[in-house]
Design a binder for this molecule. Sequence first.
Ligand code: HEM
Length: 145
Amino acid sequence: MMDGYLWARALHVISFISWMAGLLYLPRLYVYHCRQAPGSEASETFKVMERRLLRAIMNPAMIATFVFGGILIWYLGSEAWTMGWLHAKLALVVAMAVIHGYLAKWRKDFAADRNQRSETFYRVINEVPTILMIAIVILAVLKPF
Ligand code: HEM
């Protein structure tokens, strides 16, 4: 039982690190993609990088984070639902998933050469997953309430 719980925790940590890597890198690609002329060779290269990052890394990593997180809740049992830190954490994780959804939507805009948002917009967006991650990790490790 303990082995299973520790494996789930290890795979949970591996999954959210991979998800976070994509959430921090994709908006940064958008910042530099904004500088490229639509149809240019550089813009077409960014499209390939963005598509592969989202589909091959971020989507599977997000699903794995949720699956192993869910398994960990199962191990904690029904009392998990009385834990304030988990409620707050899951609310922030939903916000993280919403950002993931918007990044996927904006990728389609770049792929269709119809991005209207500025470099500054994506620089600001780049900070949001970082702030969410800091709060989520503090809640999950310190369990302050
Ligand atoms: C739906 C998504 C998620 C669920 C259901 C979930 C649930 C959990 C649960 C139940 C634990 C175990 C707590 C314990 O036994 O001590 C845990 C640990 C943890 N989670 Fe999540 N989590 C999710 C997403 C995330 C995300 C997105 C991050 C980071 C950005 C994250 C970071 C952590 C950390 C740092 C730990 C502590 C690991 C350790 O002490 O070994 N989780 N999570």
